[in-house]
Ligand binder design. Sequence first.
Ligand code: FE2
Length: 375
Amino acid sequence: MDTLTVSAKMATAKDFLPINGTDHIELYVGNAKQAAHFYKTAFGFQSLAYAGPETGVKEIASYVLQQGKIRLVLTTPLESEHPISQHIFKHGDGVKVLALWVDDAYKAFQETTSRGAKAYMQPKTMKDEFGEVKISGIYTYGETAHLFVERKNYKGPFLPGYKEWKSNYNPSETGLLHVDHCVGNVGWNRMNETVKWYEDVMGFVNILSFDDKQINTEYSALMSKVMSNGNGYVKFPINEPAEGKKKSQIEEYLQFYEGEGVQHIAVATKDIIKTVRELKSRGVEFLNTPNTYYEDLQNRVGKIDEDVASLHELGILVDRDDEGYLLQIFTKPIEDRPTLFFEIIQRKGAQSFGAGNFKALFESIEREQALRGNL
Ligand code: FE2
């Protein structure tokens, strides 16, 4: 039996690829202007930078939004023949790039490709009047890529080529602070292969594992392994479907995304009750939690600082591990295909991912899946 805590396991990761955190997340979307409005209005992201025809970029438009340390890039193609058009045609709106902030983008490329990574972007140096950014990239699961971004000699708003985006419409923030983890869904029998890829190519360590005995409902099941870099700033859980009586939520994702990809982005807050209340008032839709979940909550998780009535009112979930507890809630998919969604998480010591909530959560997801006729 494995008795190391999550924190102790992280310390065993290899250090050939030092990562300072998530640099940005880029989504390919059908209409970046409208998507940017949604992320500002509903989630409280702030306008940061823009690239497009007005800044000399002819084929695409990209809007960069920021809240806390989270940067989202929303990119849309302006012509049908552009490769991004093919990506959106196949996958719908979704995450293309999970970009990582590194001190040496050339070395990150060399270290990972020499260990078997497939190149997505050859290392290059981009310059403008604010300095220079070095950038490179590799493919991970599906068509998803990791960029390595080195920005220590750059003072501009985002990257060379982007101009500051000043807007007259600036809804307030909702308390989102940083990316906690990003989850990938992979196909049948692909989880262990993907885990080994993160170990061998990125030097990550597997800090937690859940099998289909632990994550199942009456109908469907999945398996999950959480990969982390050494300092724990970057965590990528990997999910694979498992056999159940009916179609697993991971299979539904794979069917509608038409391949492997990012399932959810978890963003941290210091006050989940305040954040979720605000997000709901702005129209963000969350999965419903059954009333029965709260009947036995305090026996299951022990003493917590939060008012249980408020958690119940908002549908926030709680879970405890040997390092503390966490509070979390999941949005419904944020586009029409049942693919990408967000998680809001507040950690109070816990380093895990809410395994104790999986059953309640998946039963809720299955109710939504059944409404779509996909269960
Ligand atoms: Fe999560």
